[in-house]
Ligand binder design. Structure first.
Ligand code: IPM
Ligand code: MG
Length: 361
């Protein structure tokens, strides 16, 4: 096959981790006989520096002309909350999600076998394993609702962020969750705050309707505060967890920590038709940028998700995941996952080792 892939290298450690992921992509392409072409797309703080805005005109069109998008990370203290919206990297991230219609954000949290002792939970809990798929709604809710900030007569300045969801938006993300559960362990946990929020009550009623269409999938409602607790108490109980945008943002960071390191977790953002966007869930980590210290595994595993979800190439995805597991099993660690006193390797060395495993299969 021929694949055209947009690369948004971004800020901080973004360019370093994307480099290693591209190396792995090339190795897989050679092994399996694919041709890959790359298109660099400027977005994030680096774009603000270069052209004055984080989301340059034509960014979405450039991505749409490709089969998939690989993103490193965007953001950094240089382009902080005090800067105008069009200069902030986060603005670009939200815009590209919306413009490409990437409403489903898949964030798998897996405790990889070689990393079991990195799990901060009790040993008995870790032994039960963690393999859950967070399905986060990504283009609606409070992230995209109307915002306002205004002067009142008697309460000083007031600000509001509107959280809105339509049945349509809930149904399409719900379907994704049920379909994914059919390929996994046939269980969906839908997370909401239906004891307080009207959007959650609508969410719940749509999910219940869907659950009837998928009688082979076990279904449960979980309140978001309880879910946060269950993730640290017994994460092994979850298979597919589906939730709205902001709950998913918060819970997915929590998930990443119980699996050992945020440096290990990939993500896929997909819609209907437009190219999917693949990125590590960690940020740009400006404190370690350019020092060959970042863990490239989350980005490399994002490439595996690209093969699985955008290209329907499970064998290629498996090859990448197995290579990562093999390198971890041999004991190689980047600083974020090394135990105190343990010798760590750099970003490039980790990338090279994973590439080699693929080449020598
Ligand atoms: C994420 C990030 C983003 C989000 C930020 C950077 C806007 O935290 O992808 O989880 O909140 O969606
Ligand atoms: Mg987040």
């Amino acid at each position: 096959m021929n694949y055209k892939i947009a690369l948004i290298r971004g800020d901080g450690i973004g360019p370093e981790v994307v480099n290693e992921a591209v190396g792995v992509l090339d190795a897989v392409a050679r092994k399996f006989g694919h041709q890959v072409e790359y298109v660099d797309v400027l977005m994030g703080g680096c774009a603000t520096d270069a052209v004055g805005k984080s989301y340059p005109d034509g960014t979405a069109e450039k991505c749409r002309a490709c089969d998939a998008v690989l993103l490193g990370a965007v953001g950094g203290p240089k382009w902080g909350a005090d800067k105008p919206a069009e200069q902030r990297p986060e603005t670009a991230l939200l815009a590209i999600r919306k413009d490409l219609g990437l409403y489903a954000n898949l964030r798998p949290a897996v405790l990889r076998p070689a990393m079991a002792d990195a799990c901060p939970l009790k040993k008995e809990t870790a032994e039960q394993g963690i393999d859950l798929m967070m399905v986060r709604e990504l283009t609606g809710g409070i992230y995209f609702g109307k915002r306002d900030k205004y002067q009142t007569e008697d309460r000083g300045v007031e600000a509001t962020d509107l959280m809105a969801y339509s049945e349509k938006e809930i149904e399409r993300i719900g379907r994704r969750a049920f379909e994914l559960a059919r390929l996994r362990r046939h269980k969906v946990s839908s997370v909401d705050k239906a004891n307080v929020l009207e959007t959650s009550r609508l969410w719940r009623s749509v999910m219940h309707r869907l659950a009837e269409e998928y009688p082979d999938v076990a279904y449960e409602d979980v309140l978001v505060d309880n879910c946060a607790m269950q993730i640290v108490r017994a994460p092994g109980q979850f298979d597919v967890v589906v939730t709205e945008n902001m709950f998913g943002d918060i819970l997915s960071d929590e998930d990443s920590m119980v699996t050992g390191s945020i440096g290990l977790l990939p993500s896929a953002s997909i819609g209907d038709g437009a190219p999917g966007l693949y990125e590590p869930i960690h940020g740009s980590a400006p404190d370690i940028a350019g020092q060959d210290k970042a863990n490239p595994i989350a980005t490399i595993l994002s490439v595996a998700m690209m093969f699985r979800y955008s290209f329907q190439k499970a064998a290629e995805a498996d090859a990448i995941e197995q290579a990562v597991d093999a390198v971890l099993a041999e004991g190689w660690r980047t600083p974020d996952i090394a135990k105190p006193g343990e010798k760590a390797i750099g970003t490039r060395e980790m990338g090279r080792l994973i590439r080699e495993k693929i080449e020598n299969r």
